[in-house]
Design a protein around this ligand. Sequence first.
Ligand SMILES: [Zn+2]
Length: 599
Amino acid sequence: MNNTTLKTLLLCAGIACSPAVLAAATLIHDVRVFDGKAVHERRSVLFENGVIVDADFRGAAPAGSRVVEGAGRTLLPGLIDAHTHAFAFQELPVLFGVTTQIDMFTDIGMMKTAKDEMAQGRRHDHADLFSAGTLATVPNGHGTQFGIAIPTITKPEQAQAFVDARIAEGSDFIKIVMETGYGFKSLDLPTAKALIEAAHRRGKLAVVHIGNEKDARAMLEAGADGLVHLFPAASADAEGLARLAASRGAFVIPTFTVLESMAGWRGDDLLADPALAALLGKEAQAPLKARFGTSARPDRLAAPKAVTAALVKAGVPVLAGTDAGNPGTQYGVSMHRELAALVDAGLTPTQALAAATSVPAQAFRLGQRGRIDRGYKADLLLVEGNPAADILATRRIVEVWKDGESANGLREQQREQVAQAAREAQAAKPLALPPDGRISQFSEAHLASPFGMGWGPSTDGFVGGKSTVALKAGPALADGQVPLAIAATVAPGLPFAWAGVAFMPGAQPMQAVDLSAAKSVRFRVRGDGKTYQLIALSAGGRIPGAQSFKAGPEWAELTVPLSGLKDVDPAALTMLGFNAGPQPGDYRFEIADVRLLAQ
Ligand SMILES: [Zn+2]
């Protein structure tokens, strides 16, 4: 076999055999290597054309190769985030060394684009994606609340057709949702079991979202290949659960990053690390600053920690996954928190590194990735120091390679863009409020405002809801102020249904405006006695901060401090709103004299 044939074989073994760009060889010289399972104190690794050619290279560097000195550094396989929802910020994972994402539910158009790019060998800039595509849930079940219309399932007899349709769409595995919390409807046990069997009949993995210990046990007994979360409540029997998972050969993805968000608490602040923060613009930072939980309850992490420790002891594969896409997480960067959290939970640093490389590659049958060995994909992460001794060293990134291509150009470009945006933001002055602070300049003809796009109807229609609203101004009150009557009909169907009126302060829809001069919103209201919400959203936020109020029969003046609205940054405000919902029904209320006040 000549050398070219060998290279071609290696190329075809590792990835879909495709006309990959032929990159020059790179030699990482005299470096500590974590190969996905074990640490080798001093090795040299040679890769070419996107594939590792020699994981223990001896001798002189091949002519024309690039040599990277490895002294004091550690080379790792590119990280695999085993639980993401990869619908946004696609540029981020690779910048932070995450070269593969295992997606637990995304838009199938997004999934198809990623798969096309992977097949054509032109996805060097973005992490590879393996995806469940659309998850399996019931009508009004967890997974239906995101505004993407998705097929649902209610009966065991539908399972095979449902699974076959997902496979036809391109799903790599089947994700099943068992979640009875937060007011969601859930699949029943026979249907979930039928889905697992239907997936196995087609040679696909079936993994399950569970929200409590009872469902975790039931799904493991039903033959689930993996649990993609742990539950935040106390565990009755961590050892028993671990023994069950071990006996079934199942794996578990604890997702501490999102459990910490639900606990309203985080073990450490990624944004406090300047090298990480320098790659995250304001919009990318916003999800990291957000939390699911409203108050800090670190005690809620005791159970998932105990279960994780028991899983490790029982020999159950534990996988590092962040649930990125949710408040409190961010793609790529959050993996560095997840790794530290796994170590807090009792994994050794080496076990944690394996949980982010070889273990998910094996559990999800991802082929030649997650290891540093001959013929494996040249997805690599070079860091300063020794993460096998100090897990925080994964954050000291020197260079990332995806398909053998260095991401240092992308990292530099991103750093420059973030710095430039920060300089521009610093130069921009906060918007001066009108002297009286009034943003409602209503007349019977116009819903005018002193700045921005101003006032308009707002409903859940753009996320697939069917709620409606009618706005009508006038007649003027005794003091000359013209009130706005809001007649809303909130339709059933969405857990977060709404209809109302929104004020956009920017010149473009959802453009962020620096309203840091405003400390509170004051307005007058009356109505049918029902409860309404004042909401606000800032740049990068997906879930508005809200304060509820009652609209009684007499006019009342209310003041809401902006600091009381969760995750809202007045320096980057995109929207203010007055909404009816989420309970279905007819609503009638009026607002008048809305002001942004400097105190
Ligand atoms: Zn998830």
